[in-house]
Design a protein around this ligand. Structure first.
Ligand SMILES: [Zn+2]
Ligand SMILES: [Zn+2]
Length: 270
């Protein structure tokens, strides 16, 4: 089969296992990014562990510094080996020349528990953050059973965490709620992404959420700018008093405009 970058999206947040019985090594790691470029598979990892006692079977895992993996598709054959005992389909890369077998496990597939890896310091916060859906009391944690990879560009995707109570998605890195391109709330329900429109008051609270996030000086500033600019472009919500000049804005557009005027994108550095 011909491997493409988009086929690798479901593996972000999942794991890779690289083993070579002849050479006597086995590695497991959590996939941060995975793309195909110049007929090579490039995988970067959030963490990596080496198995001790392999072959035949690893008896312990120790943290390893290698956080990227590359395989040339000229010498590796790719096959879909279907789902394992848990999760979706897996991909296998095999090279007779190198003697290596590589299995990519999807985000919801089999996982080596990182807390079982000796000397591994997890970059994730152990404490969760509260769900931003109005009225929801869910706590979002880094529990990977509740995370989903969301495509954020042609080749990239980021991990979003699903509220275990209502299903609303939040970016794992920042804890900010995920918004669709059309400025809707995004939920993950029954294995599917679901966009739900914001009513006026919801739009205002969403604007406040965005503004709260935008105040943080970090790499995601342009993300907020994009969404706030988009919100302003939509104009006032149909039921906003400002639409009919009967009162002050209740839909968030005015707040967004003020913030954008004060913080033009080009004055920001990352
Ligand atoms: Zn929730
Ligand atoms: Zn308004």
């Amino acid at each position: 089969m011909t491997l493409t970058s988009s086929m690798l999206d479901t593996f972000v947040g999942g794991q890779i296992e690289v083993q070579n019985e002849g050479e006597g090594y086995i590695y497991r790691g959590e996939i941060k990014t995975a793309v195909v470029e110049d007929n090579e598979v490039h995988v970067t990892l959030n963490w990596s562990a080496k198995g001790e006692g392999y072959p035949p079977i690893p008896t312990a895992w120790v943290v390893d510094n290698r956080l990227d993996y590359t395989a040339s598709l000229e010498i590796y054959t790719v096959s879909d080996i279907g789902p394992g005992s848990e999760g979706g389909r897996r991909l296998c890369l095999n090279s007779l020349i190198v003697g290596e077998t590589v299995v990519l496990y999807p985000n919801n597939g089999s996982k080596l528990d990182p807390t079982k890896v000796r000397s591994l310091t997890l970059p994730f916060k152990p404490v969760g953050f509260p769900c931003r859906e109005t009225g929801c009391t869910g706590i979002i944690t880094d529990d990977r059973r509740f995370s989903v990879a969301i495509q954020t560009s042609c080749t990239g995707s980021s991990l979003a965490a699903r509220c275990p109570v209502c299903g609303r998605l939040h970016w794992s890195e920042s804890g900010e709620p995920v918004q669709s391109r059309s400025f809707e709330k995004v939920f993950y329900v029954n294995g599917d992404l679901e966009n739900r429109p914001l009513e006026s008051s919801g739009r205002l609270s969403a604007t406040r959420e965005l503004l709260a996030g935008a105040k943080k000086k970090d790499l995601v500033q342009s993300y907020y700018h994009g969404h706030l600019t988009h919100l302003v472009g939509l104009g006032h919500a149909p039921d906003c008093p400002a639409t009919t000049c009967t009162g002050a804005c209740l839909c968030g557009v005015t707040e967004a405009k003020k913030w954008l005027a004060k913080h033009p994108l080009e004055t920001e550095t990352v």
